[in-house]
Every structure is written in structure tokens, then in C-alpha cells.
Ligand binder design. Structure first.
Ligand code: KG4
Ligand code: ZN
Length: 332
């Protein structure tokens, strides 16, 4: 049984054909960052029309006769509404064309379960640190389908902060990889930037990044010469400190021994390797997906769709286009 999946929640158009036995059989991404880069962030209207182009392009590359597709999985939300609309519309039409069934997937659940694309036999429960462009969550994953939010960012997400800081430093979009790359480009300029660690000592599992971001914006505005690598290093250190502090708190509170780091920012080697190092000393195992499955991808949508169909037997029988998210996340 093959499952076809489409993911269009933000600025990448992704197609996958997935089979549980053999894994990913077809995988293509149409990246839009080249165009959003000019605007230093995602422009929703452009993203919508680029998805149209992306879907047309990827569809011509998909050899339909090569697979026996039984389900179409698609990202229902959360995400940019125009982008989601394109993906959902295509998925519904494609389902009708193939005369199969479709399954709607929550983008965040996709990220949470993306770890199983890399580690098939990971044990529940685990604490998931979901750090993407749109969200920053600490989630207790009891088992498939049972997720409890322990904490979240009260303002900007980590990925969004990476993007904005990169923008203040005159780098492009997406900011995360560019900032990480610039860690190495030290031009020797003195840097007296000292950043706060908001919410460090409160006993919640929540984060706040907007103050840090504003600090960097003011620093860049009033300083004549800014050393990009040193600002980037300071920012990376803050992200690492704040994340590790709250993750340790959550692991202690729940007494769970596995940490899973997912979402676009999990692709950051500086942060993830340090988290692994610190937690290994405390006998906690840290897992993150291979880089291509940290950022948005359709394989996680296919896998989540497959799990929904095979375990909870939920399929989406309607052809009505609805792109509100529907995952049950319980807050404590
Ligand atoms: O998960 P994702 O692809 O999309 C959302 O669901 O939002 O995450 C995108 C975010 C962007 O903010 C991007 O700057 C960030 O992930 N990102 C990174 C890295 N690669 C992508 N942040 C830090 N370091 C990276 N290497
Ligand atoms: Zn995502």
C-alpha cells in the first residue's frame, strides 16, 4: 500500500510517495526561498502562487504508473491559509482523480512523528522539543495520538527569531542556516553584546524570545560596525541556554529518559550537538531526524497519515476544503 502526501503549509511544496515496508519511494521539494529571500521573509501571496507552480512542476515528475497509491495524505494546518488552500485543493482533486481516500494531517503532529522516519523503533513516552519557524513547544508524547503541551513560547518562536535576527544582520531568508553558517566568519570586530535569558528562573516550561530579538535589533541599529559571527554566536548561546534549561525542567518533572528534537531549528548542529552532550551526562538519550526531515517535508505527512489510517482508522471522506488544524493537544 502506497500513500501519496503533499505538504504546503509554508513556503516549500513537497511531494512524497511512501510505503511502510520500503519507506520513502519518491520525494521531491520545490523550494521557494530564492524568491522570499529578496523580502527577507515569507510573503504569503507569493507563497500561494509559487505553490501553484510547484505543484504543477512536481506533478510532472511524479511517475503515477510506478506506484499503487491507496491514500492521499495532506497537511490540513496550521500554516499560511493561502499555502494550505493550494495543497488541500490539489489533494482533494487528486483523491477524486485516483478514486482513493484521503487523510488530513496536522503539521505539528507530522513534526512530532517525523522522528520515526529516522528511528523506527523509538520507545514511548518521550519529551518532544518542537522548534520550528511557526512554533516552539515542549510536548509530552505519551503514545501515538496522545500529546500534552507542557510549555511553549509566549511570543516569537525560535525559528522566527532566527529569521528576524538574520534580517537585522543583513543576511537573507531563511535566517537559521545563514546564521549558523556565519558562526565561522569572524572578522575580529569587538562585540560587547550581552543578551538576557528571559523566564530562566521561573518554574514554568515556557519561553520568550521577543525581548532577545529586540535587544539585537537595537544593538545592530546603534552600532557602527557589527560583527555578524559574534552576534550570531551570542544568539546561538541564548537559544541553547534557554532551551536546555526548560527541557531539563520538563525531563525532571516527567521523569522521562528520551528527548526528541524536531522542527526546522533541529537542523542546527551547534544547538543540537550541545543539547545531546549535556543530556548524555544525565543519562538522557537525545534523538533528532536527519536534517531533511527536520525542516518541512512531505514524508512526515505520509507517515502520520499512514499511522492515522492504520491505527485510528480515521480517513477524510469529504471533498469539502477545510484547512483548520484538528490535532488534539491537551494543555496541563
Ligand atoms: O519546520 P520548518 O521547516 O517550518 C515550520 O514549520 O515553520 O522550520 C523553518 C524554520 C525557519 O525559521 C528556519 O530559519 C529554521 O527553521 N531553520 C534553522 C536551521 N534550518 C532551518 N534554524 C537554525 N539553524 C538551522 N540550521
Ligand atoms: Zn514545519
Amino acid at each position: 500500500m502506497c500513500i501519496f502526501s503533499v505538504e504546503t503549509s509554508c513556503d516549500d511544496t513537497c511531494f512524497t510517495v511512501y510505503n511502510f515496508k520500503n519507506g520513502v519511494l519518491f520525494e521531491k521539494i520545490y523550494k521557494q526561498s530564492y524568491i522570499h529571500n529578496k523580502f527577507k521573509g515569507v510573503v504569503p501571496n507569493i507563497a500561494l502562487s509559487e505553490h501553484k507552480l510547484g505543484i504543477q512542476l512536481l506533478y510532472t515528475q511524479l511517475g503515477l504508473c510506478d506506484y499503487r497509491i491507496c491514500y492521499v495524505a495532506y497537511t490540513q494546518g496550521p500554516g499560511l491559509s493561502g499555502s494550505l488552500f493550494m495543497g488541500v485543493s490539489f489533494a482533494k482533486a487528486f483523491t477524486y482523480f485516483l478514486n482513493v481516500k484521503s487523510v488530513n494531517v496536522n503539521h505539528l503532529e507530522g513534526h512530532l512523528l517525523s522522528i520515526f522516519l529516522t528511528f523506527r523503533f523509538l520507545m514511548f513516552p518521550y519529551i518532544a522539543l518542537l522548534i520550528s519557524g511557526g512554533h516552539t513547544f515542549i510536548i509530552y508524547v505519551h503514545c501515538m495520538g496522545k500529546y500534552v503541551i507542557l510549555g511553549m513560547s509566549l511570543d516569537d518562536s525560535v525559528g522566527e527569531s532566527f529569521d528576524k535576527v538574520a534580517c537585522y544582520l543583513g543576511l537573507g531568508y531563511p535566517g537559521g542556516p545563514l546564521l549558523e553558517y556565519n558562526l565561522l566568519e569572524d572578522n575580529g570586530t569587538y562585540c560587547n553584546l550581552r543578551l538576557p535569558r528571559p523566564m530562566f528562573t521561573d518554574n514554568s516550561f515556557n519561553f520568550s524570545y521577543s525581548g532577545i530579538k529586540t535587544n539585537i535589533r537595537n544593538y545592530c541599529r546603534y552600532k557602527k560596525e557589527v560583527c555578524v559571527s559574534k552576534v550570531s554566536l551570542e544568539f546561538h548561546k541564548v537559544v541553547f541556554d534557554t532551551i536546555t534549561n526548560k527541557v531539563l525542567l520538563a525531563l525532571r518533572y516527567t521523569n522521562v529518559k528520551n528527548l526528541v528534537v524536531v522542527g526546522g531549528v533541529a537542523a542546527n548542529f551547534f544547538i543540537c550537538s550541545r543539547i545531546s552532550y549535556i543530556l548524555r551526562e544525565r543519562n538522557i538519550s537525545v534523538f533528532s531526524p536527519v536534517v531533511k526531515y527536520c525542516t518541512d517535508n512531505a514524508a512526515m505527512v505520509a507517515l502520520t497519515g499512514y499511522i492515522k489510517v492504520s491505527q485510528y482508522k480515521t480517513i477524510d471522506l469529504s471533498y469539502v476544503i477545510n484547512h483548520s488544524s484538528d490535532m488534539n493537544l491537551y494543555e496541563i
